[in-house]
Design a binder for this molecule. Structure first.
Ligand SMILES: [Ca+2]
Ligand SMILES: [Ca+2]
Ligand SMILES: [Ca+2]
Ligand SMILES: [Ca+2]
Length: 87
């Protein structure tokens, strides 16, 4: 009976732990979690924190007008250079 009680508590604790983990790793909840570079809790892609919870970089295909003239997400000299300046 003691063993049964122990395992019941263990199952409850484990399920709470897993539930908490599942809630924590969610992009868009406003909390910067593991594997997230940022999380501003909105769904605006070009405001400095993308919808994938990554900070803006040149080459991600998202135009961040603060410091990029263009961003076509490729590494070709096709009108938008690799440093995200217009040719
Ligand atoms: Ca998050
Ligand atoms: Ca955002
Ligand atoms: Ca970009
Ligand atoms: Ca290009």
């Amino acid at each position: 009976m003691k063993t049964f009680k122990f395992f019941s508590i263990l199952v409850i604790v484990l399920s709470l732990f897993i539930h908490a983990c599942g809630d924590n790793i969610e992009c868009g909840d406003g909390n910067i979690d593991l594997a997230e570079e940022c999380d501003d809790g909105n769904d605006i892609n070009d405001d400095g924190c993308s919808n994938l919870c990554l900070l803006p970089i040149c080459g991600d295909g998202i135009l961040n007008q603060a410091f990029e003239e263009c961003d076509d997400g490729n590494d070709l000299d096709d009108g938008c250079d690799n440093d995200c300046t217009l040719l």
